[in-house]
Design a protein around this ligand. Structure first.
Ligand code: CP3
Length: 349
């Protein structure tokens, strides 16, 4: 494939250019804090229907772009659509978050059926195609971002069966039954490669791997269950698509972030809220892009508190390839006007 230098600001930053002001998008930029999202969500009925109805999913993907003009449009879907596609029953219970029938034994892994996955997930590829078409026609400087959960974080939900503060069942089984856990991670790694490749082929221009719970692991377990599978995914995806940039977000990785960056081969690392962007900027190669990391709660408060925090993040990102983002997803109680103010502030440099 011919290597053409990107012109979209987000892709330029991912290619290692210190674009200023930094391109921005916000994790969970589509969601319940937007009245227009709540309307489409109500129309869809349930969350999985929303994720698997391309016209509706494309519409909510584009809503924050229309309202605020971010530099990236992230596919509207969920990291748990991979286990759902593999055949694990999943529902999103109102006020409870995701609920899955947990899998905790080798025999239970037979319930995961990789052969049927891409057919079940075909509507998501159609969403990617619709979003990319809309961007090409109406917002040519906005990059289409595809994503998946990282195998470890997805495994947390496959095994525990629902959200948890510490995913003790998952982490316990990773020690007590590494045979089971290793096989689960292998299945998820292969499924994730197939799923991400299909997103690129449908029109995604950058990819992000969400590893929300990576930082719960000990350093040795982090190397085994986070760094190893992530580096396999990065290598497999970039073997087929050498120019596709991949953002890795090993949340709560702390001082393991530089090792994660160098050993996985990602083009950008996401910094969570607690990470000092000045430390990260010094600890990471100057050509590696970083993404982050305003506290989402500062955006709930808005005003001078948000401005001071955002300026601190901006100052730390200056002079290196960087993407302005939050340190975790936008929360539902965020006033949309505060997001507008934030976008203008970042655009002002
Ligand atoms: O960023 C975006 O706008 C793109 C869409 C997106 C969603 N989830 C939509 C969503 C992305 C990238 C995700 C990732 C995701 N999903 C992660 C990793 C990032 C993180 O937040 O740590 C995780 C752990 C999940 C699993 C998940 N999905 C949980 C725990 C929940 C319930 C929590 C909640 O906010 O309700 C979901 C549901 C979910 N995924 C919603 C949205 C907009 C809310 C569902 C609704 O509208 O009813």
């Amino acid at each position: 494939m011919e290597a053409i230098s990107p012109t979209k600001p987000l892709l330029r930053a991912l290619a290692g250019e210190a674009v200023w002001p930094p391109p921005l998008w916000l994790m969970r930029q589509a969601g319940r804090y937007l009245p227009e999202y709540r309307e489409v969500r109500a129309q869809a009925g349930d969350f999985i229907t929303l994720c698997t109805t391309p016209e509706l999913a494309a519409e909510v993907t584009l809503q924050p772009i229309r309202r605020f003009g971010m530099d990236g449009a992230i596919l509207f879907s969920d990291i748990l659509m991979v286990p759902w596609g593999l055949g694990q029953p999943l529902r999103f219970a109102e006020g409870e978050g995701p609920v899955l029938d947990p899998i905790r034994t080798l025999a239970g892994l037979d319930r995961l059926q990789p052969a049927g996955m891409m057919q079940k997930l075909a509507p998501i590829m159609a969403t990617v195609g619709l979003v990319r078409e809309a961007l090409d026609a109406h917002a040519p400087r906005v990059a289409m971002i595809g994503f998946a959960g990282s195998p470890f974080t997805v495994a947390c939900y496959v095994v525990d069966g629902k959200g948890s503060k510490d995913f003790a069942i998952t982490r316990g089984l990773a020690f007590s039954d590494p045979n089971f856990f290793g096989k689960l991670i292998r299945i998820l790694t292969e499924a994730t490669v197939e799923y991400l490749l299909a997103q690129v082929e449908a029109g995604a221009e950058a990819l992000m791997l969400f590893d929300s719970w990576a930082g719960l692991l000990s350093p040795a377990q982090f190397r085994r269950w986070v760094i190893e599978p992530t580096s396999l995914i990065v290598r497999a995806v970039r073997k087929r698509h050498p120019n596709i940039p991949i953002i890795g977000f090993p949340r709560l990785a702390g001082p393991l972030l530089p090792e994660y960056a160098s050993r996985t081969g990602v083009q950008c690392v996401g910094m969570d809220t607690g990470m000092d962007p000045r430390w990260a900027a010094n600890a990471l190669p100057a050509t590696l892009a970083v993404q982050g990391n305003l506290d989402p709660l500062a955006v709930v408060t808005g005003g001078a508190a948000m401005e001071a925090e955002a300026r601190g993040v901006l100052a730390a990102l200056r002079g290196r390839p960087a993407i302005f983002n939050l340190g975790h997803g936008i929360v539902p109680q965020t006033p949309p006007e505060h997001v507008g103010t934030l976008v203008r502030l970042v655009r002002g440099g």
